[in-house]
Design a protein around this ligand. Structure first.
Ligand SMILES: [Zn+2]
Ligand SMILES: [Zn+2]
Length: 383
């Protein structure tokens, strides 16, 4: 292990647990940004900038011409109640770091420390602490800033910790890394009536049932197939809890994902047509709106190769994925614009899954994440 890393590992574990105790949801990462900035200005060199409201960026310039490399960590937590009882448990009721972004942030702080003692030999390294990954707003907000508008970047990289994989394994995937994801909100308006006379109103229940069944019919939940397409009902409401009233309105929320963008668009349009037809059949008015859009992250294979070479040099275990992951990630917006790749960092076979209430980022994978990012910079500056 690098000497700097040995010296800073207990400090990094401390900040990781502090971030865990004070989680903030997407677009509210004000205190998190302050903690990151404080850490960077106390323990690191490099120029620190505030970006996109609650984001932080630190740049390390070598003063020699060379490639610009951006490494990205996400910083937000989730509206999930933590069930863990350990001493660093979340102090914010109903909010906790259940995706390990506290760990991703800590890894990037570790990279900043390493770059402070061993600066890049050429070009520029930018470390981005990006807010609002979970609601899909952060990458877009950052990329819209003046700082990024005209910025030339040669490579972008990000990692995500992965429960279910052996700790400290580097997980690689060429081409598509994860799914296209977006969510649909369907609002149905009919007419209330006396519960004894539902025939005098327009109740949305059967239309909702119909739409759900059609959703299931066009779903192909086989991630090993190119035409993987998954619709998951996430929320619905209808009428009131009033036993004398037949419901007159309803709302249905679906989350939709696939690997292939054209298939995704085609099937979403099919679903929209089916909903319109069903609503017409039942005499309902309807509106459809879309939210939380994530584009599939397309890994550049040269960038994947840089990660692979770095992992081999560090003697880390490598797992090559055959199929993409089913979750969305707004890093997809970065790889749409810049050459780059996302990779996984094994978080332990027995670690609870991401977004589960008992999940906690394992601190014993932090050093691997730091060294892997650092080695990526070395590999790029060597070529
Ligand atoms: Zn997440
Ligand atoms: Zn995440």
């Amino acid at each position: 292990m690098h000497k700097t890393l040995e010296n800073s590992s207990s400090r990094l574990e401390k900040i990781r647990k502090e971030l865990h105790q004070y989680p903030e949801v997407s677009e509210q990462e004000y205190e998190t940004a302050k903690r990151i900035t404080r850490y960077l200005t106390t323990h690191c060199k490099g120029e620190v900038h505030a970006i996109a409201n609650t984001g932080v960026l630190v740049s390390f310039e070598s003063k020699k011409p060379g490639p610009t490399v951006l490494l990205r960590a996400d910083t937000d937590a989730l509206p999930i109640l933590e069930v863990n009882e350990f001493t660093h448990k979340s102090l914010v009721n109903g909010v906790s770091h259940k995706c390990g972004h506290d760990g991703h942030t800590t890894i990037m702080l570790g990279v900043a420390e390493l770059l402070s003692s061993q600066p890049p030999i050429q070009g520029t390294v930018l470390l981005l602490f990006q807010p609002a990954e979970e609601n899909g707003m952060g990458a877009e907000a950052v990329l819209k800033t003046d700082f990024f508008r005209d910025l030339h970047i040669d490579f972008v990289f990000a990692l995500h910790n992965l429960p279910g994989f052996k700790k400290n394994t580097i997980v690689l995937k060429e081409n598509t890394f994860n799914a296209n994801v977006k969510s649909m909100i369907i609002q149905l308006t009919g007419k209330t009536a006396h519960a004894a006379e539902p025939e005098k109103g327009v109740n949305p229940a059967l239309a909702i049932a119909d739409i759900l069944q059609f959703s299931e019919k066009i779903t192909n939940n086989h991630p090993d197939q190119d035409d993987f397409f998954l619709i998951t009902p996430v929320h619905m409401t209808m009428g009131e809890i009033a036993y004398g009233i037949s419901a007159g309105d309803g709302e249905l929320h679906l989350t939709i994902r696939s690997w292939d963008l054209s298939l995704f668009k085609e099937k979403c349009a099919l679903l929209e047509r089916y909903i319109a037809m069903t609503c017409q059949k039942f005499g309902l008015k309807h509106t459809i709106s879309w939210t939380q859009e994530f584009y599939a992250n397309q890994n550049d294979n040269e960038a994947v190769d840089v990660i692979r070479k770095g992992a081999l040099k560090n003697l880390f275990d490598i797992h090559e994925m055959q199929h993409p992951f089913k979750w969305g990630e707004d890093f997809g917006l970065f790889t749409q614009r810049f050459k780059g790749a996302m990779f996984g960092l094994g978080a332990g076979e027995d670690t609870p899954a991401l977004h589960n209430p008992d999940y906690d980022f394992p601190d014993d994978i932090t050093a691997t994440g730091i060294q892997q990012f650092f080695q990526i910079i070395q590999e790029i500056n060597r070529t």
